[in-house]
Design a protein around this ligand. Structure first.
Ligand SMILES: *[C@@H]1O[C@H](CO)[C@@H](O)[C@H](O)[C@H]1NC(C)=O
Ligand SMILES: *[C@@H]1O[C@H](CO)[C@@H](O)[C@H](O)[C@H]1NC(C)=O
Length: 148
C-alpha cells in the first residue's frame, strides 16, 4: 500500500521533471594543454570574465551549438593559446548536459524514497524483535524498579 503510493509519486515526479527538463549546451574550447568551458546561455555569455569584446547574445542561433566556434572561443578566452605549442589552434566542441538542478531534485527524491522504503523494511523487522525484547526484559525491569 505505502509502496504503491510511493511508486506512483515517484513516477509522477519523474514525468514532471522529464517534461520540464532544461538542457543546457556548453562549448568546450581547447588549445594545446589549455581548455575552458563556456555555458551557451545568454546570461553566461554576457558575463564572461575574460571576454575581449562583448558578445552580442541577440545573434545566437536557435541551435546554439552552431555558435560554438573558434571565433567565439577566441573572444571568450583571448589567452587560451598563450604558451601553447606553435601550430596549436583552438578546437571548439559543443556538448550538452541536463541542468544540475533537475539532477539534484531527482537524486534527492530517489534518496528519500529509498530511505523511506529501507526504513519501512527495517522497522517491520526490528519492531517485533524490539517488542519481544521489551516484553521479556522491559516490563520485568520496570516492575523490579517499581518494587524496589
Ligand atoms: C552565432 O552564429 C551566427 C551564424 O554564424 C553569427 O551570425 C552570430 O554572430 C553568432 N553569434 C555569436 C554571439 O557568436
Ligand atoms: C594557457 O597555458 C599557459 C601555460 O601552458 C598559461 O601561461 C596561460 O595563462 C594559459 N591560458 C589560459 C587562458 O589558461
Amino acid at each position: 500500500m505505502v509502496l504503491a503510493v510511493l511508486v506512483g509519486l515517484l513516477a509522477a515526479l519523474l514525468a514532471g521533471v522529464a517534461g520540464a527538463k532544461d538542457v543546457i549546451q556548453f562549448c568546450k574550447c581547447t588549445c594545446g594543454q589549455n581548455s575552458t568551458i563556456l555555458e551557451l546561455t545568454p546570461y553566461a555569455l554576457s558575463h564572461l570574465p575574460h571576454a575581449s569584446e562583448p558578445i552580442d547574445v541577440d545573434t545566437l542561433l536557435p541551435n546554439v551549438c552552431m555558435n560554438c566556434t573558434r571565433a567565439l572561443c577566441g573572444i571568450a578566452e583571448p589567452d587560451l593559446c598563450d604558451g601553447a605549442a606553435v601550430g596549436d589552434e583552438i578546437m571548439p566542441l559543443c556538448f550538452q548536459r541536463d541542468s544540475l538542478q533537475d539532477e539534484l531534485i531527482v537524486c534527492g527524491f530517489l534518496l528519500l524514497v529509498v530511505g523511506l522504503l529501507a526504513w519501512t523494511a527495517v522497522r517491520s523487522h526490528v519492531k517485533p524483535v524490539a517488542e519481544r525484547l521489551w516484553n521479556r526484559y522491559g516490563y520485568a525491569g520496570v516492575a523490579q524498579n517499581g518494587a524496589d
